[in-house]
Design a protein around this ligand. Sequence first.
Ligand code: SF4
Length: 341
Amino acid sequence: MITRSPIPLQRRAAEPSPGAWQRQLAAAFRDPRELCRRLELEPRWWPGAETGHALFEVRVPEAYLARIRPGDPQDPLLRQVLPLGEEAEAAPGYVADPLAEADHTPRRGLIHKYAGRVLLIASPACAVNCRYCFRRHFPYEENAPSRAQWEETLAYLRDDPSIVEAILSGGDPLAASDRQLAWLVERLDAIPHLKRLRIHTRLPVVIPDRIDDALLAWLGGTRLHKVMVLHVNHANEIDQAVVDACRRLQAAGVTLLNQSVLLRGVNDDADTLAALSERLFEAGVLPYYLHVLDPVAGAAHFAVPDDTARALVAELRPRLPGFLMPTLVREVPGEASKTPL
Ligand code: SF4
């Protein structure tokens, strides 16, 4: 049962107004040329942006764009969101479903790969379309359950007492409405053997106003232990609004972790990774995983060779306390857990 939220819900000056995040999401840039113009990129970037957009549509909200240096095509945040012509180039081993998730979908909207935990596709949409996303080709339309189908999916969890953790994923689960999420979490809450609710999301980073009173009401009300795994790849992504959003989550009893993807031209040097860990900690977030790129078709230009990744981590280790060192991992289809490199 969802209980009354222990979080004080009266408005504070720094809190977002109700619905602000939906308006920002609706106004996100979805036209590659408009994106290039907004960021003052030369016209030579336009054709590639249109080619990439045709393969995986562009989507970037203003709150994220505001952290990008105009006129700098090498900006590490821009590189994560700007479509490029390289996305159309085939690369050996880069495929549509690099993690073979289709083999682990026993119910609509549910992926069961690892013991004790299941992943629920709570939303097919994201606030930002990251060009390296391993789910850029995911068949969301085949995994968008109706309420009745959600009941079947939830029955799968109820019938398996070994499942102790539900992971909300997507897309970005926080792109779903608070009404939908409150409905889902109330049902998860009522499954006695479930202990943890984990949420994998980039929305607190991309649109920090997403962490509003309506979200904190259902999140703060569940008896489940709450873990939120953010996705930040570069320290520049964490501005004061993100720090404030993280503080609101912590006040609601949420443990905050981060996973990053090692991306060429974004964060593939030790200084950048050290700065990211330090900045995450300032926001109350612990680094968790540093993933090597999943070989998804269209993203090969982001790949960092394994030897380089290992050398980077070796350079990073003496510079950081252990609790700020993310674990370098790869996800290998069929393995029982993430594989450390
Ligand atoms: S927010 Fe996450 S799921 Fe969405 S496009 Fe980015 S990496 Fe993929």
